[in-house]
Design a protein around this ligand. Structure first.
Ligand SMILES: *Cc1c(COP(=O)(O)O)cnc(C)c1O
Ligand SMILES: [Zn+2]
Length: 401
């Protein structure tokens, strides 16, 4: 029903081969289905949103390792929309997944696939959320988990999850890109299953974000989907999924896929703006949005293609713009997201000001992770609680009554 295929040279591999890139040219792999054999109608897809609702387009046959991922809410952000002049602006809040980020969609499929392939241990490098999610799904599957994190650059809530759910947590004296290079080599040498977004099966789970967005809007395709870009797996996964829906005749076009990166960590944006086929690696990526602090995105080639073929774009935002958007979502809309997630909304605001986004577009920003993932950044940017004596007089005085 499906096989692995190199996006560069077209080499094909059996679905049960343990490989992460092409053996001939090192190109990225895609899961390719025999679409003529898949029959999927809107009628078949009635019912609540969830990752496993779309299992006809997921590459596993065994019982899933699941904590009920997906089915995340879409919120119409009226106040922000009014302020910036986009009436039809929405947020899909992926922070509402079981571990608080969209990574769960990839891990429920990826860890299920690991068991199906007979693998007995799993590993990843992570800016935080991937490790939290893998720790949880590994625990659920009952297999050991190893995670490599860049020292000092992972948000507190994410480390807490990885530790509490029993992963072996290694803090690498280096950045994310160093951690990923190491874990890739070690997984291949030691027969451990690698669950970074270079793993095409993990991305299959993440494509369900796109399915859920069009499903939620009654199969009406929004004009634009905006998301933060780090390793660039998510933007490529969502685009692949929507292209599949189009192939199956469920939708007639794919939204303009729009990627946002932090100014200090923006290789994809630079390549899009310069029209280049390849990225220039940034050796010292820096941003408050640690989840997208990545200088050498592994899925760059796929992501550039996704953005270009859908008529989308890519833009940078500053850390100040990210934090302002995070606060705006929190205060004006009641939506709590971590800094990287707010990059999507900061990008929407900037692109509207630039006139790239038009006022009557239907825009969906994917907010990738929950506010509570990164409490330290929040505490630093907000005022401290006001300390008062335990009397009504003291409280009234502070409240100005
Ligand atoms: C992983 C992550 C991203 C980046 O996703 P990529 O697929 O690496 O581009 C963005 N935001 C959050 C909160 C994440 O955890
Ligand atoms: Zn190849």
């Amino acid at each position: 029903m499906y096989h692995l295929e190199c996006i560069k040279c077209g080499a094909k591999y059996a679905p049960d081969e343990i490989i992460y890139t092409c053996k001939k040219c090192d190109g990225l792999l895609d899961v390719v289905y025999d679409y003529s054999k898949i029959e999927l109608s809107k009628e078949d897809l009635k019912g609540p949103l969830s990752v496993w609702k779309y299992r006809a387009l997921l590459p596993v046959s065994r019982e899933p390792i699941s904590l009920k991922e997906g089915g995340t809410p879409v919120y119409h952000i009226r106040r922000i929309g009014e302020e910036i002049g986009i009436k039809d602006a929405h947020v899909k809040h992926e922070g509402m997944n079981p571990t608080g980020s969209f990574k769960d969609r990839g891990m429920t499929v990826g860890v299920t696939k690991a068991l199906e392939l007979g693998m007995t241990s799993v590993a990843c490098a992570s800016t935080g959320n991937t490790s939290a999610s893998l720790a949880v799904y590994g625990a659920r599957a009952g297999i050991p988990v190893i995670v490599l994190l860049p020292q000092g650059k992972v948000a507190l809530g994410k480390i807490a999850q990885a530790l509490m759910h029993g992963a072996k947590v290694l803090s690498i004296r280096g950045n994310f890109d160093d951690a990923l290079r190491l874990v890739r080599e070690m997984c291949i040498e030691n027969g451990v299953y690698l669950l970074n977004s270079i793993n095409p099966y993990r991305l299959e789970g993440q494509k369900t974000i796109g399915f859920e967005i069009v499903d939620y809007f009654g199969w009406e395709v929004p004009d634009r989907i905006i998301l933060p870009v780090g390793n660039a797996g998510n933007i490529t996964a969502i685009t692949k999924g929507l292209n599949e829906m189009k192939k199956l005749g469920l939708i007639d076009r794919v939204p303009m896929m729009t990627g946002i990166q932090a100014e200090g960590s923006a290789p994809i944006v630079k390549a899009i703006k310069s029209g280049s086929e390849n990225i220039t690696v940034e050796s010292k990526p820096e941003t408050v949005a640690t989840a997208i602090r990545i200088g050498d995105p592994v899925n760059a080639v796929k992501a550039l293609n996704a953005i270009r073929t859908t008529g989308g774009t890519a833009e940078t935002v500053t850390d100040e713009e990210i934090l302002a958007a995070q606060r705006m979502l929190a205060v004006k809309e009641g939506i709590g997201v971590e800094p990287a997630s707010a990059a999507s909304v900061a990008g929407m605001i900037k692109l509207r000001k630039m006139g790239v986004i038009e006022k009557d577009e239907r825009v969906v920003c994917v907010t990738t992770g929950h506010l509570l993932k990164d409490p330290e950044t929040v505490i630093k940017m907000c005022e401290s609680p006001i300390e008062v004596d335990a009397t009504k007089e003291a409280i009234r005085k502070v409240l100005g009554q």
